[in-house]
Design a protein around this ligand. Sequence first.
Ligand code: COI
Length: 357
Amino acid sequence: MDTNISTKIKVEKIAKSRINEVDFESLVFGSTFTDHMFECDFINGEWQTPIIRPYQPLLMAPSAKVFHYGQAVFEGMKAYKDDQGKVWLFRPDQNQKRINISAKRLAIPEFPEEYFMDGLHQLLKLDHEWIKPGDGNSLYIRPFVMATESGVVASRSNEYKFMIICSPVKPYYKGEVRVEIAQKFSRAADGGVGYAKAAGNYGAQFYPTKLAIEKGYQQVIWTDASTHQYLEEAGTMNVFFRVNDTLLTAPISDRILDGVTRKSLIQIAKDQGIAVEERRVLVSEIVEAAKNGTLKEIFGAGTAAVISPILGFAYDEIQYELPKVENSYAQKLKKLVTDIQYNRSEDPYDWRVEVKL
Ligand code: COI
C-alpha cells in the first residue's frame, strides 16, 4: 500500500512530551493518551484542512448534536512495534473503509481516504515513542467522527469533527472471562445499526452488561433480537465456538460487525486446515454441545482483545464450564495473527503496513 500520500496537514507540535510521566507497565486500557491528536472539521459541505495538534480538551457547544442524538461513529485499530523498532499497522484499509460504512448509516459524510491514511501515518510518526515493543504492548488507535453542529432539532448535523487519538495499551482483558447468554436484552436488530461502529451501539450495552457483571459474569453473549435463539456477538467482540474441531461463527449481516480480527482469523484458520462454518449458531446446539462434551472452546475476537478465551457461560440460570483443551485453537490462532501483527513471521496476506518513521 502507498503510504507516501502528501495531504496538506497543519502540524502544531507539543512543547514538551508527557511521555516521561507515564508508567508503561501499569497502563489501564484506553486511559492514557499520546502527545498529539488529529482533527479535521466538516463545515460548509466540505472537509477542511486537517490539523495535528497537542492532545487537549475540545471546546464544543452544549447543544452540539452528538450530545443529544449520539450521531457518532468510531473505529478501533492498533499499531505494533517490532524488535527492530519498526512500527506496523494491521489492515488499516479495512478500518478506513468501515468507518465510512458506519458513517453512511448515521448520515455522516464520508471522510476522504487520503486524509485518513496520511493523518494516521503522520500522527504515528510524531508519537511513535509511545509504542512499546513486546508481546501485548501496542498503541490502540481510535478514529472517530461526531456531529458538532449546534442545535437540538432532531435532524442530521451539517457540521462534523473527525479525530484520531491514540492510547498506549497492554492486553484488554486481564482476568478470566465468563459470559451470560442474553435472553431479554438485544444488541442489534434487523435494519438497525448492529453492523456499524456507532457510538450508541456500545453505550446501549452498558446496562445489560452491568446486570451481568453484578451476577459475576464479565460480558454478555448477544442473541438475535427477535427470538433470542441464535448466538451473535460477545460483548464488543465477534464470537467463535469450537464444536469438536469445527469453528462456528455467525455470518456477517446487518446485525453483526464485519470484524477485522474476525475475518483475519477465519482466513488463517482455513489456511491451517481448520474447518470454519459461518452460519447461524443456535443457543440450543451450543448448550447441547456443552452437555455432551463436544464444545471445546469459545472465544471473542476483536481489535482490542485480539482473542479472548471464554471459560464458561450461563444460560437459563445454569452455569456451563468449558474443559481445558490441549491444542487450543484460540491460542494457536492468536499466535499466528499476532506474529503477523508484530512482524515476527511472514505475512502471506499482505496485511501488515509499515509506518515510515
Ligand atoms: C474492538 O475490539 O474492536 C473494539 O471496538 C473494542 C472497543 C469498544 C474497546
